[in-house]
Design a binder for this molecule. Structure first.
Ligand SMILES: [Zn+2]
Ligand SMILES: [Zn+2]
Ligand SMILES: [Zn+2]
Ligand SMILES: [Zn+2]
Ligand SMILES: [Zn+2]
Ligand SMILES: [Zn+2]
Ligand SMILES: [Zn+2]
Length: 1759
């Protein structure tokens, strides 16, 4: 920018200075001087303190302007050597933009990664690049950025495919290798170099400057002022509240200022809180320090001289400027990189870039952010310098990390977080490993920071202090760095890489050695451990390292030489760990079944045991790789296989597995308890849980099992099993000579027996796993994806699962991938979700035969669920219920010998023993699951034999059938396994296992046949056994039937129990109840249809001709006492539970401010319906006295509860809220049920003219009567004649109240409640507005139901649920009776004013103009208030006649209203119409023209009667439908059947029902002379002109139903919209929780201090505040970052609701954790909209809170 252009306001002191300043002259001078550095510094010293920091209030705009003019402009001029506007443009022309996008992410911005093509999950694209890339068609992941980091578009190493988006696609003609500097002249390069080095040096000097009161040499200001700043720095220790509180005290500011200070400190890292002389600032400092030093280290505060602060401000500005200038040209960028990395005078690591990095932890947050950004736009965008920078970064790595450990800032603002940008580039990572030995450096640094060791040098986390725990969390980021370095595996190995990787591995093994055996535990007997032992830290470490360990194995798997070396190193490490093996442990000899083995004496239950064995497990992993890569067969000579000692290998893993078994057996309960999610768990149980958990098991449980397999494959199976028995502490049971007679011998402690049973079960399971788990490539002969297929299959055997559930159950690799997508379709079929629920995967039926009940990743709970599900499935398919083991793949050669375990003598001995126990069961010494496992093992052995027979032609020595038919060996001459099985087949107590035993025997027979067939020619006929089978089959069927019957009975019993717990059965009960009501109604309506009045004449609901339903008794049942009660005026009051709420659902004007409740006059509702009162009901009826007793009890209970434990309930008792005793629906009052109003028999009734006259007289009479009631003083002046009342109208007559006292009481109750809620005021039974509010609520509720029926495309009558019918009837009848509970003259006064809106009355002031009146509200109010007038009329004038006259009058007024507001003519439509409607069109024209004569030019000329009639007809329909509902419920006239359906011809039927001509215009034209004056009065009201000319809110008819806002189909569009949303209060800050109002579309800054406001004396968050303006207290929001719908009601109620966005798997993603692309589900959004339209949001919240008590505790009001 040229200086001359910007001559705006500047501080006057600078004016002269500025006017004399010439950019060009300054720059020219600089071009001449020899010591530019000194000159520029001099310039800065002079100007910077004059621009920046001149007072307490900074003025960024003018500062920036001056800095640009006086400081940056000369630099730019010098740089270009000419006017920068031309110079920079030239540079820009030659610029070759980087192929990298490099867009730096804002907090909350959406980022995209491709699951198919990204090199690792840190590779992301910005939204723009993503949309222009190939990946948007791939399987992608979407997340929101935490800030920092940049777009990787254009980085060829980041993407396996499609690295460029359309925008960043490189131009092939450009040669990328060209030196960007080639385009610049040497002069230019030199100048540029000068400027950059001076400016960067200056910025680095200032940002790293730590003196408070002086400046670096050359920068001292010429005239030094005595002005200081008290600077407050942020830390992560103190909370917002503490800072705010302290500031208020220390610098004496308001809370608002304090909040703003605190917000800035949190955002920028520092903020000056006081400006003045030194002492003044020092005082504030001491107060702050004193106030914050109590609990922790004090807040950091510095008193800094203003010139220091000024230079620091400009230093930041200078860095921004550098970033800006290099944006013009890649050449400038390269020069800046060069300058930055140039080695300084202090030698190595002294460049400016190094200096900045090394001072990182001393700088404040704002400064760090600015220079990090500069690094990203310079060093990281230039491929050559990125590499050089990476090297410097690696060289400084150790120091940077150490600084970071001491620093207390979050990692995102630390320079160490740049590692992700450098280490994830594969070539860079490998270069850093080979050249800077990065892998070793990272691991060393990590180990150095974990100092706590025990005597053996292992990590120790016991008695861990908070400080250490904090450090431990920070040190974990190093593991993240290591992961980045290893994430892409090398495709080629150089010798150097091998060397450095193995060196890294050595260091890593040192780390693992510190973990091997850490945190050992000893079983506690006797006393419980009181203190909860610290074990999480060790597990955290294990969990964090899991991926690293896996990745190291994967690296080894890519190179044979590396694998061999790694195996050797790992073995050495393990040997080293076990050097103490067998030390002090006594050797013993075990013998059994003729075999014996030497081992040691060791008991898991008595000695130290550790669950952490990473070295053993790494070796296990490498051992599998030897097999998988066939290294074991190809280079056996290079492997130290002979050094392996199988017993040593298996010892520790086996101990660990035994520990698990003992924990299951309940032997470790005394080792302490831990509370997790409100559930108490034994501490060891939790550790075992993690050991098996999907997050850890790959490098824990799985590897222990593999190690056992590896060891066992190298041992005699009998030896292996004996050692296993011994470690399980079961050896003594199975080895004894009479072990088959266990019950005789062992009658000891019941607990011990139980324990041993469990241990035996666990041991048998372990043997199955050792032999049966062959699905990992390298152990069994399987493909890579077989393993994952099998995992999924077994999950789905439990039940059908959603995508996310499956993902959770599968281990993720370091790329967060499970590999599930590749195989899922082979094993499962997908079922789409409905409006609720989610999409589910179901197992393909043909896969069920691969089900293994003893799948090693099943927990015991999973196992029993799966067993139940699979048995049920088999029963459904009419199969037997045996669940035999599946056929397994063969082992790889290295593990092949494992199958021999199945036929070894020790195992057969054990099998025989268990079977024998089962034959002669004795209490407690044997269990069914033991037998089940034995049967499974026999099944495995038989299948193994059959498979070997079928597959191999040559002789094999696996002959289990032979061994199983031999007599037992251990105690000689006992029954053979086969004999025992045959024996058991008929045992009555083993019904469940019968199918399985039969399957075993059949298989055995089959194998024998096979053997015989292959041996000779003889065949066996199976006919005999066939017959047997059949009878068994029949017996079986009968049995199954009996069981089904039993199950049915059990189910019924459970159902009965549950229905007592009503709350879970809301819906059933509701339906039941409704059904009975419907039956009741049905009986009424049929009786009516047969009554003579309705059969001949058409049904009419209003007027003298109205149909009169036969009076019948209405009997209801009280839900509380179950007594029946007739509804009678003089009877006991019956009430309906009801919920009254304010509503803006139908509002056409959300901008209207809420009314002042004290002064608001609700008599006339504006047609914009901006605030209404809605009444709803669950339809449940009680006696009023029963209800009162109930609510008193609830209140008392609630008071007790609140005193005891300060918990809230979902309902606010203090506000009169309660839950319906039957359905638990939220209610806040009750409506009394009243009998139908009796229609008087009609005699001759007056016509319109006559009636107008009579009512005019009556009104006059009332006026004068009322005036008499008023105090004399006010009527003094009005002298006028007494108006004689018509003789049949007695003004002073007080009618007898027809209602019983309880009904009267309930009339007051409901009236007061409606008034209280509707106006948000305190209850006041005397307030004259009470009846008005009740009528209003009746009208509003009718309107909202009418809208709902239209929106749902349902007929007007017959489709409402009973509860709504019931509610409307009681509302209407209540409305007509409520005047009896109020002061009669008051209600008459309302009537007079209502009528005056239509018939001018000189005595009524300020009648509204008809454009400001909602006609249905007027109709309802005037009809319902008439009762108070009619009670004094004895002339025989019927209510019906008056209702009809009023109705017709209002209908005419509404037509006028519609015509006045009808929009301009639409010419596009076909305007032809039939003869039929000619009359209507003509009438409409005539009326319209009459209106134009009254109103004049504000009404446009409309020629087409068709258009006008159409406007009238469509505009008035909602009103007519509302009127029909109203009169139907008020007068109880059944609706004509045509209105119960959506058939054509509704208009005529509706008009007929309402006693209207179907040509509505006739209403006017037939009474034109009478109506003309009224029309004139309406049109000449000043309000009409004003509104038509745009002075008011003009509502046109029909009013469209309101909808929730339109949402985009793609969720990322919303995220993007929210990420650019800034907090409206804190000037340009990103909002942390942007939240979208679904009603009006406003975006709010939720859950944040900045946007809290005060509402009714309380602080509330932006959402709650908005709710009160936009939704009268009810709000529906979308929390964009969370992808979560939020319902709010009032200040204390709220709940979260599933968002209407689903991923392709039919699931929502609340919290955006999975990151699958989300799309709008219209059905679900419509469902939310329906909840809103039918006023059910509050009810929904109530149900949610009742179901989930934790929701009650959430601080909703601050959202
Ligand atoms: Zn991009
Ligand atoms: Zn791009
Ligand atoms: Zn892709
Ligand atoms: Zn009752
Ligand atoms: Zn209810
Ligand atoms: Zn809103
Ligand atoms: Zn805000």
């Amino acid at each position: 920018m040229a200086a001359a252009e910007s001559d705006r306001e500047v501080p006057s002191a600078l004016c002269t200075e500025f006017l004399n300043f010439s950019v060009k002259d300054t720059a020219s001078k600089w071009l001449q001087v020899t010591d530019l550095y000194k000159e520029v510094y001099h310039h800065l010293a002079r100007y910077v303190p004059k621009i920046y920091c001149l007072g307490p209030n900074l003025n960024p705009q003018s500062e920036d302007l001056l800095a640009q003019m006086l400081l940056q402009a000369p630099l730019e001029w010098y740089l270009c050597g000419e006017d920068p506007s031309t110079g920079l443009a030239k540079l820009e022309q030659n610029n070759q933009p980087s192929q990298l996008c490099g867009h730096v992410f804002k907090v909350g911005e959406p980022t995209y990664s491709c699951r198919e093509c990204a090199a690792d999950p840190t590779c992301v694209l910005c939204m723009q690049c993503f949309l222009g890339s190939v990946h948007k068609e791939h399987r992608y992941r979407m997340t929101t950025s935490g800030g920092g980091g940049f777009c990787d578009c254009g980085d060829t190493e980041a993407w396996k495919k499609g690295p460029y988006c359309q925008k960043h696609e490189p131009n092939i003609s450009d040669s990328c290798h060209e030196d960007p500097l080639a385009h610049l002249s040497t002069d230019m390069i030199a100048r540029c170099y000068n400027v950059f080095s001076i400016v960067l040096k200056y910025a680095v000097d200032m940002l790293t400057w730590d003196k408070e009161d002086e400046l670096p040499p050359g920068l001292e200001p010429p005239d030094r002022s005595d002005s200081y700043y008290c600077m407050l720095f942020n830390d992560e220790v103190h909370t917002y509240e503490q800072v705010i509180y302290t500031l208020q005290k220390a610098v004496n500011c308001t809370q608002k200022e304090a909040v703003s200070f605190a917000t800035t400190v949190d955002r920028d890292g520092r903020k000056s809180v006081r400006f003045g002389d030194f002492a003044f600032c020092e005082l504030a400092k001491s107060v702050i320090v004193r106030n914050t030093s109590r609990q922790s280290k004090p807040l950091r505060v510095q008193v800094m001289h203003s010139s220091v602060v000024a230079h620091q401000c400009f230093a930041l500005k200078a860095l921004h400027w550098l970033g800006h200038v290099i944006g013009y040209s890649d050449a400038l960028r390269r020069i800046l990189c060069q300058v930055g990395l140039e080695r300084g005078p202090e030698g190595e690591n002294s460049s400016l870039v190094d200096t900045l990095m090394l001072c990182d932890s001393k700088m404040w947050k704002g400064a760090r952010n600015v220079y990090h950004q500069l690094f990203m736009s310079s060093l990281l965008m230039d491929l050559k310098y990125k590499k050089l920078f990476a090297i410097q970064f690696a060289k400084n790595y150790r120091r940077l990390q150490t600084d970071f450990m001491e620093d207390d800032h979050e990692r995102v603002v630390s320079v160490t977080s740049l590692s992700v940008q450098l280490f994830t580039v594969p070539t860079m990572a490998r270069m850093l490993i080979t050249e800077e030995n990065l892998m070793t450096t990272i691991i060393r640094t990590f180990v150095d920071h974990l100092r706590h060791r025990d005597l053996q040098g292992r990590f120790q986390f016991e008695r861990y202090t908070a400080q250490q725990a904090f450090k431990f969390r920070r040190v974990q980021s190093l593991i993240g760095d290591l992961k980045y370095v290893l994430i892409s595996r090398p495709t080629e190995w150089s010798d150097q890489l091998r060397e450095k990787f193995l060196e890294g591995l050595d260091t890593f093994l040192e780390l693992l050695k510190c973990m091997q055996g850490m945190d050992p535990v000893v079983r506690q007997v006797g006393q419980h451990i009181e203190m909860e032992p610290e074990w999480e830290a060790a597990f955290t470490l294990q969990m964090k390292l899991t991926h690293i360990i896996s990745m190291i194995q994967e690296w080894c798997a890519t190179d044979e030489r590396v694998l061999i070396e790694a195996y050797k190193k790992c073995l050495t490490a393990l040997t080293h760990c076990h050097s103490g093996f067998a030390d002090g442990e006594q050797p013993i000899t075990l013998s059994m079944c003729g075999h014996s083995v030497d081992t040691i004496r060791y008991c898991v239950s008595q000695e130290k045991v550790s669950i952490h064995l990473p070295v053993s497990r790494l070796l296990a992993g490498l051992h599998v790789l030897l097999s998988k890569m066939e290294v074991a067969y190809r280079f056996p000579e290079q492997l130290p296989l002979s050094e392996l000692s199988p017993p040593m290998l298996i010892e520790h893993p086996l101990r660990c597995l035994v520990l698990c078994a003992q924990v299951h057996a309940g032997m470790w309960r005394r080792n302490g308890f831990s509370l997790v999610n409100q559930v108490v768990h034994s501490v060891l149980w939790l550790q075992i849980y993690y050991y098996h958990n999907v997050k850890c098991r790959v490098e824990m449980f799985d590897k222990d099992l593999i190690m056992l397999q590896a060891g066992a494959s190298m041992m005699d199976p009998n030896h292996f099993l004996m050692i296993v028995l011994s470690r399980f502490e079961l050896y003594h049971i199975f080895s004894s000579a009479d072990c088959r007679k266990r019950y005789n011998r062992e009658t000891a402690n019941k607990d011990v027996v139980q324990q041993n049973n469990t241990l035996t079960e666990e041991m048998l399971h372990l043997i199955m796993m050792v032999v049966g788990e062959r699905f990992e490539a390298g152990i069994g002969q399987v493909e890579g994806c077989d393993e994952i297929k099998r995992e999924i299959l077994h999950q789905l055997c439990i039940r059908p699962m959603a995508h996310s559930e499956l993902v959770k159950a599968l281990p993720e690799n370091e790329n967060k991938e499970t590999g599930m997508e590749r195989v899922i379709d082979c094993v499962a079929s997908f079922k789409k979700p409905g409006v609720t629920g989610r999409g589910l995967y179901e197992l393909r039926p043909e896969c069920a035969k691969q089900f293994n009940l003893y799948f090693h990743h099943y927990s015991r709970a999973d196992q029993s669920k799966a067993e139940e599900a699979q048995r049920k499935l088999k029963r459904q398919n009419g199969e037997d219920t045996a669940l035999p083991p599946p056929v397994l793949p063969p082992f790889c050669p290295l593990f092949a010998s494992l199958v021999n375990i199945l036929q070894c003598d020790v195992l057969l001995g054990m099998l025989g023993a268990v079977l024998q126990w089962a034959v002669e069961p004795s209490a407690g010494h044997w269990s069914e699951s033991m037998l089940q496992r034995v049967l499974h093992l026999i099944g495995m052995a038989l299948l193994e034999e059959r498979q070997q027979l079928e597959n191999s032609s040559e002789d094999n020595d696996f002959n289990f059938t032979l061994k199983m038919s031999r007599p037992g060996e251990a105690p000689s001459n006992t029954a053979s396994v086969l004999a025992l099985l045959e024996n058991l087949q008929n045992a009555p107590h083993l019904e469940v296992h019968k199918d399985m035993i039969r399957w075993l025997l059949k298989t055995e027979a089959g194998i024998k046949t096979l053997r015989e067939r292959s041996a000779s020619t003889s065949t066996v006929t199976a006919s005999g056994s066939r017959g047997q089978e059949e009878t068994a089959c029949d017996k079986d069927k009968a049995e199954r039937k009996r069981k089904a019957e039993m199950a049915r009975l059990r189910r019924e019993k459970v159902m009965a129990q549950m229905s007592e717990m009503q709350r879970h059965f809301i819906n059933e009960n509701k339906e039941l109840f409704q059904q009975s009501l419907e039956e009741l109604d049905a009986s009424t309506s049929t009786s009516l249809e047969h009554s003579p009045t309705s059969s001949d004449a058409a049904l009419v609901c209003v007027g003298p001709r109205r149909s009169r339903p036969r009076e019948k008794r209405q009997v209801v049942t009280c839900i509380l006492c179950q007594e029946e009660q007739e509804i009678r005026a003089d009877g006991k009051a019956m009430v309906l539970a009801a919920f009254v709420q304010r509503s803006t659902v139908m509002s056409k004007n959300r901008k209207r401010p809420p009314h002042d409740p004290k002064r608001y006059d609700p008599l006339f509702m504006h047609p914009d319906l901006s605030f209404g009162t809605h009444t709803g009901s669950c339809g449940h009826i009680m006696h009023s006295h029963c209800w009162q007793r109930y609510s008193e009890a609830v209140q008392a209970k609630e008071q007790r509860r609140q005193q005891r434990l300060r918990v809230h309930t979902s309902y606010d008792v203090g506000n009169g809220e309660f839950l319906c005793p039957l359905c638990e629906c939220l209610s806040n009052t009750v409506i009394p049920l009243l009998p139908r109003t009796k229609g008087s028999s009609s005699c001759e009734q007056p016509g319109l003219g006559q009636w107008l006259k009579t009512s005019g007289q009556q009104i006059k009479a009332m006026h004068s009567a009322h005036r008499k009631l008023q105090p004399v003083s006010t009527v003094e002046e009005t002298v006028e004649e007494e108006c004689p009342a018509p003789e049949v109208f007695t003004v002073n007559y007080i009618p007898t109240n027809p209602y019983s006292s309880t009904i009267k009481e309930m009339l007051t109750t409901f009236g007061t409640a409606t008034y209280k809620v509707g106006l948000k005021v305190h209850p006041n039974e005397q307030d004259p507005r009470i009846p008005i509010m009740c009528w209003g609520s009746c009208a509003y509720t009718i309107q909202s139901i009418e809208r709902l029926l239209v929106d749902e495309k349902k007929p007007l009558f017959g489709s409402l649920p009973c509860r709504q019918d019931e509610c409307l009837s009681s509302l209407a009848r209540f409305g007509s009776a409520c005047w009896t509970a109020a002061c009669q003259p008051t209600v008459q006064g309302h009537f007079i004013r209502l009528v005056a809106a239509l018939i001018p009355d000189p005595l009524v002031e300020a009648s509204p103009c008809i454009l400001d009146v909602d006609m249905l509200h007027l109709l309802v109010s005037v009809v319902l208030s008439y009762g108070s007038v009619h009670s004094q009329d004895s002339s025989g004038l019927s209510v019906d006649a008056v209702q009809l006259h009023l109705f017709h009058l209002i209908t005419v007024a509404h037509m006028v209203q519609i015509l006045l507001t009808s929009g301009p003519e639409e010419v596009t439509m076909e305007q032809e119409s039939g003869e039929a409607e000619r009359g209507e069109e003509e009438g409409a024209c005539r009326l319209y023209n009459t209106l134009r004569t009254h109103v004049g030019s504000s009404l446009p000329e409309v020629g087409s009667g068709w258009h006008l009639w159409r406007c009238v007809k469509t505009g008035i329909l909602p009103y007519l439908r509302g009127a029909a509902l109203f009169f139907h419920h008020l007068n109880g006239v059944p609706a004509p059947p045509e209105l119960h359906a959506l058939c054509p011809g509704q208009w005529e039927v509706l008009c007929g029902y309402l006693s209207l001509p179907s040509n509505l215009l006739q209403l006017f034209h037939s009474q034109q002379e009478l109506l003309e004056p009224l029309l004139h009065g309406w049109c000449t009201h000043p309000g009409v002109q004003q509104t038509l000319q745009g002075g008011g809110v003009l509502v046109s008819f029909p009013r469209e139903s309101n909808s929730l806002i339109d949402l985009p189909d793609d969720y990322s569009a919303l995220i993007n919209q929210a990420s650019s949303f800034t907090c409206p209060k804190s000037g340009g800050d990103k909002s942390r929780a942007p939240t979208l109002c679904l009603v009006c579309g406003s975006m709010l800054c939720s859950q944040s201090y900045c946007c809290q406001t005060e509402l009714e004396g309380e602080d509330v968050g932006a959402c709650t505040a908005h709710t009160f303006a936009c939704g009268a207290g009810v709000g529906i929001f979308l929390r964009v970052r969370e992808s979560q719908v939020l319902f709010l009601a009032g200040k204390t109620k709220g709940c979260f609701y599933a968002p209407p966005y689903l991923d392709d798997y039919g699931e929502t993603d609340q919290g955006l954790r999975r990151g699958n692309p989300l799309h709008l589900c219209h059905e679900r959004y419509r469902k939310i909209q329906k909840l809103w339209r039918q006023h059910s949001i509050t009810e929904e919240i109530g149900h949610a809170q009742e179901a989930n008590q934790t929701l009650v505790g959430i601080d909703w009001q601050h959202l």
